[in-house]
Design a protein around this ligand. Structure first.
Ligand SMILES: [Zn+2]
Length: 148
């Protein structure tokens, strides 16, 4: 189980999260949808990070993020038939560690990667990627592989 990212994807996500500090930044992770997407051990090769606005009211943006489902549906429609899809999400944790919050768990979908970037003093300090367990009770960490 791993998440493969190229340098451009990493740079876009990092810039989005640093710009959003001290609020949470967020966006979509797009790439080919593998045939074994729902199987343990699947590998996602992300070829695009698409930043989106954090949909919460400003008071809530410091500790959670919201991706507008209408925007998500539009992107899914745009990618329909291409073999690519939204296979994960990235968001930042201002100051706190890159471990999923209980709120992150309630929002998480199976199979997708949840890449969390910790931002400290406006700079990315750590990042970790997670996948929800099938029973929805927790996350397991997956390997991040930087390519190119
Ligand atoms: Zn979070």
């Amino acid at each position: 189980m791993s998440l493969r990212l190229n340098r451009a994807v990493e740079a876009i996500a990092a810039a989005t999260c640093e710009k959003a500090f001290p609020e949470e930044g967020c966006g979509l992770l797009i790439g080919p949808v593998p045939d074994d997407f729902d199987k343990p051990g699947r590998v996602l090769a992300i070829d695009e990070a698409r930043p989106l606005p954090n949909g919460w009211d400003s008071s809530a943006k410091t500790n959670k993020y919201l991706i507008d489902p209408r925007t998500l549906a539009k992107v899914e429609a745009e990618l329909s038939g291409t073999g690519r899809g939204v296979v994960g999400f990235f968001h930042s944790h201002p100051t706190v560690p890159a471990w999923p919050s209980p709120f992150d768990l309630t929002m998480a979908m199976p199979c997708c990667s949840y890449w969390i970037l910790q931002v400290k003093d406006g700079k990315v300090a750590d990042s970790r990627s997670w996948q929800r367990t099938e029973d929805g009770r927790s996350f397991i960490e997956e390997e991040i592989v930087l390519e190119g």
